[in-house]
Structures are given as structure tokens and as C-alpha cells.
Design a protein around this ligand. Structure first.
Ligand SMILES: NC(=O)C1=CN([C@@H]2O[C@H](COP(=O)(O)OP(=O)(O)OC[C@H]3O[C@@H](n4cnc5c(N)ncnc54)[C@H](O)[C@@H]3O)[C@@H](O)[C@H]2O)[C@@H](O)CC1
Ligand SMILES: [K+]
Length: 545
């Protein structure tokens, strides 16, 4: 499923209306009806009635697919047995988002639900399609109040539709908009947001103050980027994407290149065999050979986790290269691994002299993963450069190897035949990009896309909803995973998985995207196996692969 910015959404609107000749008011009608359907669905579930669709983060963009991958059905009759118990406040902004709310109000009324329109601004100031909807609502006799002029008691309603600000919003909500948002949040009533929660930056997921905290967000036509990026993702509640008559086929014309990473996107878009078929004639040589370079005396576990994860990801063979001093201590830690002595110093640290042996080892293997538990050492920049320029196959760079990169301008290094996958967490990304961690988190998709394009690498920006970006501008946002995965070593496991997939012949973008997806899925599974997700440790993720 595509992800769009507000600007791209406006372009899609323009093409649909101006070129295809589909009237804006028809799109608004579809939008409002879809919103009403989702409100009725929410009421039904809340009252213990039959839920017509699966619970969770759901989407319906004509594909009948939800964000957790379950199939969903589409019983959306606009009726509600318990309608008499409902009274919804419809918060109406000045623009088309408000227009959507006015349409929804009509359909809710039709279903027998009491509605009160709450205009943020005097209704006379509405224009275009929104004004048309205002007049239709008035002609139907829907009760209306103007915020600040008429008395309003939020305690009297059973739910709130937030149709204040959509993709046309600029900056933090001002004046009466801010007051209404604060009052809605304080009411404790369930809030359904039209398109995006008012106060959310639709592109970056940044939450302005104030920002609506929605139970459900009915996103219209295309999934807005901000709904998948934290902190905004946390304010959106359950996200439902509803088709409103804008053809998905226009996406190509507008040049959409950002996707929510689903099994369909992996399979059809990226060409990944998500079932990971193994040939009946296959043998260990069929599935590639990973070289993991990492681990020091104090952080040997990082190298071990990455190497074990590469095995569990399906790599036929895995060699763990580590300082000679450590080698006797790790014998038998994972009997399936091969160990390689690269020298190093007396304390079991890596040193500049290990580069030659590493190059030799790497030449005989399909992929090299470097960084987990590597530590820093004298001459490490040249050491990494030797590896970068001297190895032919793909290179996965993580942890301290990223910190080495961050301290040098590697754009001058010779371009390499094999691809490069960088897997920074937000702190490492901040060092790579020369900005603060807070700035990294402000627009993760945008930053990942820029960095990947500028540096010609596949970038995996880790954290909740990991972003994968490629040099050609394509990006993916992954939503598998679990908060329990915030534990030491989880990143080393991801590095190993990506390397293991590369060894099996996936290209760098496929391996990065599928690796992130599988890592999250395994984390979810592992968390479910513990008595409490907080008990999850990185090794559990490997065992759940
Ligand atoms: N044809 C279309 O363009 C369609 C638009 N749709 C809806 O329209 C929305 C976009 O509509 P608009 O472009 O009219 O914009 P919005 O309705 O999002 O908001 C624009 C209005 O809010 C005011 N405003 C902007 N930022 C503000 C702030 N920070 N504080 C207070 N007021 C602020 C502006 O003065 C303007 O009047 C979408 O999110 C979607 O809900 C749907 O109806 C589908 C079709
Ligand atoms: K809204």
C-alpha cells in the first residue's frame, strides 16, 4: 500500500477532479459516508454487537487487507440497533475536512444517531463543497452550534467526530481549533478523526500541541505518511484507509514511491518469495555463506547473536570472524557456526592488522556483515575503507562500523561493486547525518530517503516502524514488531538476518525489507511466548524466526 504526503494527495485530488472529471463533491460524499460507516462500526463494537470486520489496525483500500495481514470482510450496512443511545458531536473545520464531517453527519442521522454539528468558525465562512454540505445539513434540520457562541457540554455526547483539520492544515492548530481539540481530548469520549487527527503533521507524524488523540482514524484514499510515523502513529488509534473514488492507478503518475511494507508489497512489489521455498535438491552450498566480523572481549555476544541469526535466517553456512584471543572462549557457543581467527590484540580487541585476513575470508564468502560488538581501535577508518573497497559482495554495516563511517566522508571512497546496507538506530543515524536524535525522529521517512539517495546505500533506520530506503528514492515502512524488542542485541539479530537473506541470493533492498519484516514478526511471536513482553531478550527473537 502506498504512503503519501499531503502535497502528493493534493496532486492526486487535482488529477481526479480536473482530468478525470470526477466532481470534488462526489469524493467528499464517498469520504463522509466511509467515515459514518466506521463510526457505526465503532458503536457496534462498543456495545458488544457483532463487529463486521477484524479488530486491530485495519485498512481497506479496495484490497480488503488490514495492517496485521488478516483478511477482512465488508458488511457495512448503515444501521445500528443501539442508535438511540448515541449522540455524536461533529467538530467541523472551515475546509474540506469539515465538509467530510458534514457529509458523515447526514449518514449518521440517517442511521438514527443523534448528531450535533459544532462549527469551529461561523458557518457562513465555509466555501466551495464544504458550504454546499453545510446547506444540505441545514436543510435536513441537523442541530448545529457555533463554538464560542453557543453553549456546549461535551459530557452530553457519546462520541466525537474530529473533522477540524486535514491535509490542508499548516502548523500547530490555532485559536478556536486548539481550544476544541483540547476540549475533545479532555472529554474522555471516543474520537474518530477524519483523514488525520487534527494537530498531526500529515507528512512527518509530528504532533503539534494540541493534537487529537483518536480511537479511530478514517484515512481517506491513500495512507498518509504521518499516520505510520511516531509519535503521530500513537495518536491515530486504529487506522482505517477507505477508498473514496480516487483511482489507485494514479499513484504511478504522481510518482509515489513510498510503501507500507506488507506481505503483498514484499511479494508483488519487491519480488520476494515470502514463503522462502527451499529446493528439494538444495544443500548447504545452495544457500550461501555469511561472514560476520564482530565481537570483542566485552561484547562477544553481539557477534554471536548476529552470526546465529544469519543461520536461522536460512544461510547455508556462517563464519564468525573474531579476534584470536576470544576464539577459545566461544568454542561450542553455537556449534553450527564456523569460527575464523583474524588476529587482533592481546586483550581480544580488533586492530588495524586484522583487515588483511578479513579481506581474504570475505573473498570466499557471499556477504560480509561488520560491526556488532566490533569496538573502536586505532586506524579503524582505514580498516573499514579497506573492507569497503576490497570486498566484492554485499556489505552490511552496523553498530561501531556505523560510528566509524559517521566520522569520515566516505563519499570519497571508491565505489564498490557490491551493495551496502546500513542499519543505524536513531542515535547512530544522528551521528551519520550530523544532527540530533530528536531531529532524526522528526521525519524518519524523509531523512532515510534523503540519506539513501545522497550516499547510494540501502538505509535501514531502526526503531518503532523501521524505515527502509533505497538510492532510487523508494522507501518502505515496516509495522511488524513489538515494544518488547527494545532490548540489547535485537539490532545485532537484525544484521544477521539481513546478511543471511543476502547470502541466499536476495538483493540488498529485498534482504533489508524482508529482514526487517521477519525480525519484527519473530519479535511479536517471541513476546507472545513470554509471561511478560518485558522479559523478551534478543536470543528469543532468533529462536522465533
Ligand atoms: N477534493 C478534495 O480535495 C478532497 C478533500 N478531502 C478532505 O479535505 C481535506 C483537505 O481539505 P482542505 O485542503 O480544505 O484543508 P483542511 O480542511 O485540512 O483545512 C484547511 C482549513 O483550515 C485552516 N487552517 C489551516 N491550518 C490551520 C491551523 N494550524 N490552525 C487553524 N486553522 C488552520 C485553513 O484556513 C483552511 O480554512 C482532507 O484532509 C480530506 O479530509 C476529502 O473530502 C476528499 C476530497
Ligand atoms: K481531522
Amino acid at each position: 500500500m502506498y504512503l503519501v504526503t499531503a502535497e502528493q494527495m493534493r496532486e492526486l485530488d487535482r488529477i481526479t477532479i480536473d482530468r478525470l472529471g470526477i466532481p470534488a463533491v462526489a469524493l467528499m460524499e464517498n469520504a463522509g459516508r466511509a467515515i459514518a460507516e466506521e463510526i457505526i462500526e465503532l458503536c457496534r463494537k462498543r456495545n458488544g454487537g457483532h463487529a463486521s470486520r477484524g479488530i486491530g489496525r485495519t485498512v481497506d483500500n479496495g484490497t480488503g487487507q488490514d495492517l496485521t495481514g488478516f483478511d477482512v470482510s465488508g458488511d457495512r450496512a448503515l444501521t445500528l440497533d443501539t442508535a438511540a443511545a448515541e449522540h455524536w458531536f461533529i467538530l467541523v473545520g472551515k475546509g474540506n475536512n469539515g465538509g467530510d464531517g458534514l457529509v458523515a453527519a447526514r449518514y449518521l442521522r440517517e442511521a438514527g444517531i443523534a448528531v450535533t454539528l459544532v462549527y469551529a468558525v461561523p458557518p457562513e465562512s465555509l466555501t466551495g463543497e464544504a458550504a454546499l454540505q453545510r446547506d444540505a445539513a441545514a436543510a435536513l434540520g441537523l442541530s448545529a452550534a457555533v463554538y464560542g457562541q453557543d453553549p456546549l457540554d461535551f459530557a452530553a455526547c457519546s462520541g466525537i467526530l474530529d473533522a477540524l483539520l486535514g491535509t490542508g492544515a499548516a502548523g500547530a492548530p490555532r485559536g478556536v481549533y486548539a481550544e476544541l481539540i483540547a476540549a475533545a481530548n479532555a472529554s474522555g469520549k471516543p474520537i474518530v478523526s477524519a483523514d488525520i487527527p487534527s494537530g498531526l503533521n500529515a507528512d512527518t507524524g509530528e504532533m503539534h500541541a494540541p493534537c487529537v488523540h483518536a480511537s479511530v482514524t478514517v484515512c481517506l484514499a491513500f495512507l498518509k505518511r504521518g499516520l505510520l510515523q511516531y509519535p503521530g502513529a500513537g495518536a491515530a488509534g486504529t487506522v482505517v484507509v477507505r477508498a473514496i473514488g480516487i483511482p489507485v492507478s494514479l499513484a504511478r503518475e504522481v510518482g509515489l514511491q513510498s510503501y507500507w511494507l506488507t506481505p503483498e508489497v514484499l511479494q508483488a512489489g519487491l519480488g520476494v518469495d515470502v514463503l522462502r521455498h527451499r529446493s528439494p535438491e538444495g544443500h548447504k552450498g545452495t544457500y550461501g555463506h555469511v561472514l560476520v566480523a564482530g565481537g570483542t572481549l566485552r561484547m562477544s555476544g553481539a557477534g554471536l547473536l548476529a552470526a546465529r541469526a544469519a543461520l536461522r535466517a536460512g544461510s547455508g553456512l556462517v563464519t564468525w570472524a573474531l579476534p584470536q584471543k576470544l576464539l577459545p572462549a566461544v568454542i561450542g557457543a553455537a556449534p553450527e557456526l564456523m569460527l575464523a581467527d583474524v588476529g587482533g590484540d592481546e586483550q581480544g580487541n580488533w586492530n588495524a592488522g586484522t583487515a588483511a585476513e578479513l579481506l581474504r575470508l570475505s573473498a570466499e564468502r557471499d556477504v560480509t556483515a561488520v560491526g556488532p560488538g566490533l569496538g573502536r581501535f586505532q586506524g579503524d577508518t582505514d580498516w573499514l575503507r579497506t573492507l569497503w573497497e576490497g570486498t566484492e559482495g554485499p556489505l552490511v554495516i552496523d553498530a561501531d562500523a556505523l560510528n566509524i563511517l559517521a566520522e569520515t566522508d566516505y563519499s570519497h571512497w571508491a565505489s564498490r561493486p557490491g551493495s551496502v546496507v546500513l542499519t543505524p538506530h536513531p542515535g547512530e543515524m544522528a551521528r551519520l547525518a550530523g544532527i540530533s536524535t530528536a531531529e532524526v525522529q522528526r521525519d524518519r521517512i524523509g531523512l532515510a530517503e534523503r540519506y539513501a539517495r545522497e550516499h547510494g546505500v540501502i538505509l535501514v533506520l531502526k526503531g518503532a516502524h523501521t524505515v527502509i530506503a533505497a538510492p532510487d528514492g523508494v522507501s518502505y515502512v515496516n509495522t511488524t514488531g513489538h515494544p518488547g524488542m527494545g532490548t540489547g542485541g535485537a539490532g545485532d539479530v537484525l544484521t544477521g538476518i539481513i546478511a543471511g537473506l543476502l547470502a541466499q541470493g536476495l538483493n540488498a533492498l529485498q534482504a533489508a525489507a524482508f529482514g526487517v519484516y521477519l525480525h519484527g514478526l519473530a519479535g511479536e511471536r517471541a513476546a507472545g511466548l513470554r509471561n511478560h513482553p518485558a522479559s523478551l531478550i534478543a536470543g528469543d527473537i532468533i529462536e522465533s524466526l
